[in-house]
Design a protein around this ligand. Structure first.
Ligand SMILES: [Zn+2]
Ligand SMILES: [Zn+2]
Length: 295
Protein backbone atom coordinates (compact mmCIF):
# COMPACT_ATOMS: atom_id res chain seq x y z
CA UNK A 1 0.00 0.00 0.00
CA UNK A 2 1.18 3.48 -0.81
CA UNK A 3 1.97 5.59 2.23
CA UNK A 4 1.55 9.07 0.85
CA UNK A 5 -1.27 11.03 -0.64
CA UNK A 6 -1.56 14.07 -2.90
CA UNK A 7 -4.52 16.41 -2.50
CA UNK A 8 -5.87 18.88 -5.01
CA UNK A 9 -8.52 21.37 -3.91
CA UNK A 10 -9.95 24.83 -4.41
CA UNK A 11 -12.89 26.89 -3.37
CA UNK A 12 -14.04 30.33 -4.34
CA UNK A 13 -15.36 31.90 -1.14
CA UNK A 14 -14.90 35.20 0.71
CA UNK A 15 -11.88 34.93 2.97
CA UNK A 16 -11.71 37.66 5.58
CA UNK A 17 -8.10 37.62 6.62
CA UNK A 18 -5.82 35.85 4.13
CA UNK A 19 -2.65 37.01 5.93
CA UNK A 20 -3.72 35.42 9.21
CA UNK A 21 -4.69 32.22 7.40
CA UNK A 22 -1.30 32.13 5.70
CA UNK A 23 0.59 32.42 8.98
CA UNK A 24 -1.47 29.79 10.76
CA UNK A 25 -1.57 27.41 7.82
CA UNK A 26 2.13 27.56 7.14
CA UNK A 27 2.87 26.79 10.75
CA UNK A 28 0.42 23.88 10.78
CA UNK A 29 1.77 22.41 7.55
CA UNK A 30 5.38 22.67 8.70
CA UNK A 31 4.56 20.96 12.00
CA UNK A 32 2.80 18.12 10.19
CA UNK A 33 5.20 17.66 7.27
CA UNK A 34 2.64 18.72 4.69
CA UNK A 35 4.34 19.97 1.54
CA UNK A 36 3.08 21.69 -1.58
CA UNK A 37 1.58 24.98 -2.73
CA UNK A 38 -1.39 26.74 -1.21
CA UNK A 39 -2.64 30.07 -2.51
CA UNK A 40 -5.01 32.09 -0.36
CA UNK A 41 -6.81 35.23 -1.47
CA UNK A 42 -9.85 37.29 -0.55
CA UNK A 43 -11.62 35.29 -3.29
CA UNK A 44 -10.78 31.82 -1.95
CA UNK A 45 -8.21 29.05 -1.72
CA UNK A 46 -6.39 26.88 -4.26
CA UNK A 47 -3.88 24.24 -3.34
CA UNK A 48 -2.11 21.00 -3.95
CA UNK A 49 -0.27 19.30 -1.12
CA UNK A 50 1.29 15.97 -0.28
CA UNK A 51 1.95 14.12 2.94
CA UNK A 52 1.81 10.80 4.73
CA UNK A 53 -1.68 9.30 4.75
CA UNK A 54 -2.32 10.06 8.41
CA UNK A 55 -1.05 13.64 8.06
CA UNK A 56 -3.26 14.17 5.04
CA UNK A 57 -6.30 12.95 7.00
CA UNK A 58 -5.53 15.50 9.67
CA UNK A 59 -4.91 18.13 7.03
CA UNK A 60 -8.38 17.66 5.62
CA UNK A 61 -9.95 18.01 9.07
CA UNK A 62 -7.83 21.07 9.79
CA UNK A 63 -8.97 22.83 6.64
CA UNK A 64 -12.62 21.82 7.05
CA UNK A 65 -12.56 23.31 10.55
CA UNK A 66 -12.54 26.75 8.94
CA UNK A 67 -16.24 27.61 8.42
CA UNK A 68 -15.59 28.93 4.91
CA UNK A 69 -13.95 25.64 3.88
CA UNK A 70 -16.20 23.14 5.67
CA UNK A 71 -17.64 21.84 2.38
CA UNK A 72 -14.44 21.98 0.35
CA UNK A 73 -13.95 19.05 -2.03
CA UNK A 74 -10.65 17.18 -2.05
CA UNK A 75 -9.38 15.21 -5.01
CA UNK A 76 -7.02 12.61 -3.67
CA UNK A 77 -4.38 10.38 -5.21
CA UNK A 78 -2.18 7.93 -3.39
CA UNK A 79 1.55 8.27 -4.02
CA UNK A 80 4.84 6.56 -3.21
CA UNK A 81 6.38 9.69 -1.74
CA UNK A 82 6.01 13.42 -1.31
CA UNK A 83 5.12 15.23 -4.56
CA UNK A 84 6.80 18.43 -3.36
CA UNK A 85 10.05 19.34 -1.72
CA UNK A 86 8.73 22.03 0.57
CA UNK A 87 5.65 23.96 1.58
CA UNK A 88 4.66 27.35 0.17
CA UNK A 89 1.63 29.21 1.46
CA UNK A 90 1.12 32.54 -0.26
CA UNK A 91 -1.36 35.38 -0.19
CA UNK A 92 -2.35 36.28 -3.75
CA UNK A 93 -4.74 38.66 -5.44
CA UNK A 94 -6.36 35.80 -7.34
CA UNK A 95 -6.13 32.08 -6.61
CA UNK A 96 -5.32 31.58 -10.32
CA UNK A 97 -3.69 34.41 -12.27
CA UNK A 98 -6.29 35.16 -14.89
CA UNK A 99 -6.60 38.78 -16.08
CA UNK A 100 -10.34 38.15 -15.66
CA UNK A 101 -10.87 40.39 -12.65
CA UNK A 102 -14.01 41.91 -14.23
CA UNK A 103 -15.60 38.48 -14.69
CA UNK A 104 -18.23 37.39 -12.18
CA UNK A 105 -18.20 33.79 -11.02
CA UNK A 106 -21.97 33.98 -10.88
CA UNK A 107 -21.90 33.76 -14.69
CA UNK A 108 -19.97 30.48 -14.64
CA UNK A 109 -20.99 27.77 -17.11
CA UNK A 110 -23.49 25.11 -16.08
CA UNK A 111 -21.80 22.28 -14.19
CA UNK A 112 -21.42 19.11 -16.22
CA UNK A 113 -20.78 15.94 -14.24
CA UNK A 114 -18.35 13.30 -15.55
CA UNK A 115 -21.40 11.06 -16.15
CA UNK A 116 -23.01 13.76 -18.29
CA UNK A 117 -19.84 14.33 -20.29
CA UNK A 118 -19.60 10.60 -20.94
CA UNK A 119 -23.21 10.71 -22.11
CA UNK A 120 -22.44 13.66 -24.42
CA UNK A 121 -19.80 11.52 -26.11
CA UNK A 122 -21.74 8.28 -26.14
CA UNK A 123 -24.88 9.85 -27.55
CA UNK A 124 -23.02 11.54 -30.39
CA UNK A 125 -24.20 14.98 -29.22
CA UNK A 126 -23.04 17.97 -31.24
CA UNK A 127 -20.78 19.86 -28.83
CA UNK A 128 -17.42 21.59 -28.76
CA UNK A 129 -15.03 20.66 -25.96
CA UNK A 130 -12.41 23.28 -25.15
CA UNK A 131 -9.24 22.85 -23.13
CA UNK A 132 -8.80 25.83 -20.78
CA UNK A 133 -5.24 24.84 -19.88
CA UNK A 134 -1.92 25.88 -21.39
CA UNK A 135 -0.56 24.45 -24.64
CA UNK A 136 2.07 22.31 -22.94
CA UNK A 137 -0.58 20.68 -20.75
CA UNK A 138 -2.89 19.78 -23.64
CA UNK A 139 0.05 18.62 -25.76
CA UNK A 140 0.52 15.45 -23.71
CA UNK A 141 -3.16 14.77 -23.09
CA UNK A 142 -6.65 16.06 -23.85
CA UNK A 143 -10.24 14.97 -24.31
CA UNK A 144 -11.16 13.38 -27.61
CA UNK A 145 -11.65 16.01 -30.35
CA UNK A 146 -10.86 18.86 -27.94
CA UNK A 147 -10.05 22.36 -29.16
CA UNK A 148 -6.68 23.15 -27.56
CA UNK A 149 -5.87 26.88 -27.67
CA UNK A 150 -2.13 27.74 -27.96
CA UNK A 151 -2.16 29.48 -24.58
CA UNK A 152 1.17 30.05 -22.78
CA UNK A 153 -0.55 31.11 -19.62
CA UNK A 154 -4.13 31.38 -18.36
CA UNK A 155 -3.88 35.18 -18.53
CA UNK A 156 -4.19 34.77 -22.32
CA UNK A 157 -7.67 33.23 -22.12
CA UNK A 158 -9.34 36.50 -23.19
CA UNK A 159 -7.36 36.51 -26.45
CA UNK A 160 -8.00 32.82 -27.03
CA UNK A 161 -11.74 33.41 -26.85
CA UNK A 162 -11.58 35.46 -30.05
CA UNK A 163 -10.61 32.25 -31.83
CA UNK A 164 -13.63 30.46 -30.32
CA UNK A 165 -16.25 32.97 -31.42
CA UNK A 166 -17.27 30.78 -34.35
CA UNK A 167 -18.71 28.35 -31.79
CA UNK A 168 -20.84 31.01 -30.08
CA UNK A 169 -24.15 29.30 -30.84
CA UNK A 170 -22.94 25.77 -30.12
CA UNK A 171 -22.88 23.78 -26.92
CA UNK A 172 -19.46 24.38 -25.38
CA UNK A 173 -17.83 22.37 -22.59
CA UNK A 174 -14.71 23.79 -20.93
CA UNK A 175 -12.38 21.72 -18.80
CA UNK A 176 -9.16 22.09 -16.82
CA UNK A 177 -7.23 19.94 -14.33
CA UNK A 178 -9.41 20.29 -11.25
CA UNK A 179 -11.96 22.94 -12.23
CA UNK A 180 -10.53 26.12 -10.74
CA UNK A 181 -9.65 27.76 -14.06
CA UNK A 182 -12.96 26.84 -15.73
CA UNK A 183 -15.02 28.69 -13.14
CA UNK A 184 -13.64 31.90 -14.63
CA UNK A 185 -12.96 30.71 -18.18
CA UNK A 186 -16.57 29.57 -18.64
CA UNK A 187 -17.98 32.71 -16.98
CA UNK A 188 -16.03 34.83 -19.43
CA UNK A 189 -17.53 32.88 -22.36
CA UNK A 190 -21.03 33.45 -20.99
CA UNK A 191 -20.30 37.16 -20.59
CA UNK A 192 -19.08 37.25 -24.19
CA UNK A 193 -22.46 35.99 -25.39
CA UNK A 194 -21.76 32.28 -25.83
CA UNK A 195 -25.18 30.63 -25.71
CA UNK A 196 -24.78 27.21 -24.08
CA UNK A 197 -21.71 26.91 -21.86
CA UNK A 198 -20.83 24.08 -19.50
CA UNK A 199 -17.82 23.53 -17.23
CA UNK A 200 -16.66 20.02 -16.38
CA UNK A 201 -17.31 19.63 -12.66
CA UNK A 202 -14.25 18.37 -10.79
CA UNK A 203 -12.10 18.67 -13.91
CA UNK A 204 -10.01 16.06 -15.67
CA UNK A 205 -8.88 14.53 -12.39
CA UNK A 206 -12.41 13.57 -11.38
CA UNK A 207 -13.44 12.39 -14.85
CA UNK A 208 -10.41 10.19 -15.46
CA UNK A 209 -10.72 8.57 -12.06
CA UNK A 210 -14.34 7.58 -12.79
CA UNK A 211 -14.01 6.74 -16.46
CA UNK A 212 -10.47 5.80 -17.46
CA UNK A 213 -9.97 4.31 -20.91
CA UNK A 214 -12.90 6.25 -22.40
CA UNK A 215 -12.61 9.73 -23.90
CA UNK A 216 -9.48 11.08 -22.21
CA UNK A 217 -6.44 10.56 -24.44
CA UNK A 218 -2.86 10.68 -23.11
CA UNK A 219 -1.41 11.80 -19.78
CA UNK A 220 -2.55 14.41 -17.28
CA UNK A 221 -0.04 17.20 -16.70
CA UNK A 222 0.35 17.99 -12.98
CA UNK A 223 2.30 20.83 -11.41
CA UNK A 224 4.27 18.74 -8.94
CA UNK A 225 7.18 16.34 -8.98
CA UNK A 226 5.09 13.54 -10.43
CA UNK A 227 4.89 15.75 -13.56
CA UNK A 228 2.45 13.43 -15.34
CA UNK A 229 -0.31 11.10 -14.20
CA UNK A 230 -1.33 8.35 -16.64
CA UNK A 231 -4.97 7.48 -16.01
CA UNK A 232 -5.46 5.07 -18.91
CA UNK A 233 -4.38 1.46 -19.17
CA UNK A 234 -5.35 0.87 -22.79
CA UNK A 235 -2.23 1.23 -24.88
CA UNK A 236 -3.84 3.24 -27.68
CA UNK A 237 -5.19 5.80 -25.17
CA UNK A 238 -2.03 6.06 -23.07
CA UNK A 239 0.08 8.32 -25.26
CA UNK A 240 -0.76 11.03 -27.76
CA UNK A 241 2.69 12.59 -28.02
CA UNK A 242 6.15 11.41 -28.99
CA UNK A 243 9.62 11.85 -27.59
CA UNK A 244 11.32 14.89 -29.13
CA UNK A 245 14.58 12.95 -29.38
CA UNK A 246 13.70 9.40 -30.43
CA UNK A 247 10.04 9.58 -31.44
CA UNK A 248 8.82 6.90 -29.02
CA UNK A 249 5.27 7.44 -27.69
CA UNK A 250 5.36 9.06 -24.24
CA UNK A 251 3.50 11.56 -22.03
CA UNK A 252 6.60 12.50 -20.12
CA UNK A 253 8.14 15.95 -20.45
CA UNK A 254 11.07 17.94 -19.10
CA UNK A 255 11.78 21.57 -18.53
CA UNK A 256 15.22 22.06 -20.11
CA UNK A 257 17.71 22.28 -17.27
CA UNK A 258 19.46 25.26 -18.81
CA UNK A 259 17.66 27.86 -16.71
CA UNK A 260 18.01 30.45 -19.47
CA UNK A 261 16.07 28.11 -21.78
CA UNK A 262 13.61 26.29 -19.50
CA UNK A 263 11.77 25.08 -22.63
CA UNK A 264 9.20 22.34 -22.12
CA UNK A 265 9.81 19.35 -24.36
CA UNK A 266 8.26 15.92 -24.50
CA UNK A 267 10.95 13.34 -23.76
CA UNK A 268 11.00 9.71 -22.78
CA UNK A 269 12.92 8.72 -19.64
CA UNK A 270 15.80 7.20 -21.55
CA UNK A 271 16.43 10.28 -23.71
CA UNK A 272 15.97 12.56 -20.71
CA UNK A 273 18.90 10.93 -18.96
CA UNK A 274 21.02 10.67 -22.10
CA UNK A 275 20.53 14.37 -22.80
CA UNK A 276 21.14 15.39 -19.19
CA UNK A 277 17.65 16.91 -18.98
CA UNK A 278 18.52 19.43 -21.70
CA UNK A 279 16.89 20.17 -25.05
CA UNK A 280 20.08 20.65 -27.07
CA UNK A 281 23.87 20.40 -27.03
CA UNK A 282 24.08 24.15 -26.49
CA UNK A 283 21.87 23.94 -23.40
CA UNK A 284 23.85 20.97 -22.08
CA UNK A 285 26.99 23.11 -22.17
CA UNK A 286 25.31 26.06 -20.46
CA UNK A 287 26.88 27.39 -17.27
CA UNK A 288 23.45 28.07 -15.79
CA UNK A 289 22.05 24.56 -15.38
CA UNK A 290 19.87 23.44 -12.50
CA UNK A 291 22.13 21.35 -10.33
CA UNK A 292 19.61 18.86 -9.11
CA UNK A 293 18.19 16.17 -11.37
CA UNK A 294 14.65 15.33 -10.42
CA UNK A 295 11.69 13.47 -11.93
ZN1 LIG B 1 13.23 9.18 -26.43
ZN1 LIG C 1 17.21 24.19 -23.76
Amino acid sequence: MKEYSVLLFYKYVDVENPEQFMTDHLEWCSANDIRGRVFIACEGINGTVSGRLESISRYKLNLKAYPEFEDIIFKEDEAEEHAFERIHVRVKKEIVNSSLSGTSLKNGGKRLSPEQLLEFYESGKDFIIVDARNWYESKIGHFKNAVTPPMKNFREWKNMVNGLKKYKDKTIVTYCTGGVRCEKASAYLVEQGFKDVYQLDGGIVTYTKKFPDTYWEGGVFVFDERRVVDPNTEQKLKYISNCYFCGEPTSYYINCHNQDCDKIIVSCHKCKVENEYCCSDACRKSGNKRDRYYG
